[in-house]
Design a protein around this ligand. Sequence first.
Ligand code: SAH
Ligand code: SF4
Length: 342
Amino acid sequence: MIDIKSLYFDELEKIITDNGFPKFRAKQIWDWLQKGVTSFDEMRNIPKNLIDFLAGSCYISVANIEKKLVSRYDKTVKYLFCLNDGEYIESVVMSYHHGYSICVSTQVGCKMGCTFCATGKSGFSRSLTASEILAQIEAAQNDLNIRISNIVLMGMGEPLDNFDNVIRFLKLVSDESGLNIGMRHITLSTCGIVPKIYELAEYKFALTLSVSLHAPDNATRSKTMPVNNRYPIEQLIKACRDYFDKTGRRISFEYAMIDGVNDTDECAEKLAMLLKGLNCHVNLIPVNTVSGTGYQKSKTERQQAFIKILEKSGTPATVRRTLGSDINASCGQLRRKTVDNT
Ligand code: SAH
Ligand code: SF4
């Protein structure tokens, strides 16, 4: 069966015409798909023989709402979606003064095994198709009756470990006749799969690359992020410099502050040295406590001391506000509760 919502328009058109249907039908079908229909029967201006052909050869990816949690503090909404094959994924919708932003998943689980991460703890099931990433946005928009303006690929999974589907998603979601969310409104977060950063740079997308750094040296980073054994920090930073040179886009570094692990003054000094001369911004996030990890967030005084050192050295950094703290808004936590019951 063909995953119809993962097709580019010209691919859809080819299938329609190759099977003897008039070309203009492709545009009609495309428009229905953009509206978020979940069955071919809803395509009211399509003749019965074409509906039968579509139903017999294609399927529409859906993200059905299994659970929905709304934060009492800041209206952040977290969804647990069920996919066509019964797998669960999470998405979070955040409301900012400039509009709505959604954090989408790119895989069911993750292979990377970062020790602080709820997704990493539940193992890996499979990668998502482009249509399944799109379906999260459409389902949230339809449920909340809003238009989403920003996307962050920071949910479950490692986007660069699902490279081809993520590229397809990026092209589809930014298409003017699709959801039309421009690359400047998209952030892709990676744990640092170095060869794929080089590959992504070649596309010259205007998106923001966010690199989950979380430590300033190999010894500290390898303790929490196994990917660092494969692609050590020097290689990662070199790839980031290349990314900036090729795309002109400032890199954003994520740094989850963990009490007693990566939050010393020495860590801040090393971090400042590491990022010297690189056009970047550091987002400091007090780590979210995930059951079974034993990690605690850094104390407020530590966060402030850390940021002061960065500022003094001219490294732009901010401590990020955490949204949805009452609804386990950091991705992976809700699925883990449902599937693993932890
Ligand atoms: N796999 C990608 C994107 C998904 S994770 C990546 O790792 O970048 C999205 C972000 O959440 C990453 O920056 C990740 O390091 C961070 N994260 C995961 N678990 C966290 C936790 N318990 N507290 C704070 N940030 C966490
Ligand atoms: Fe995977 Fe990102 Fe979690 Fe690491 S932080 S396990 S790469 S989802």
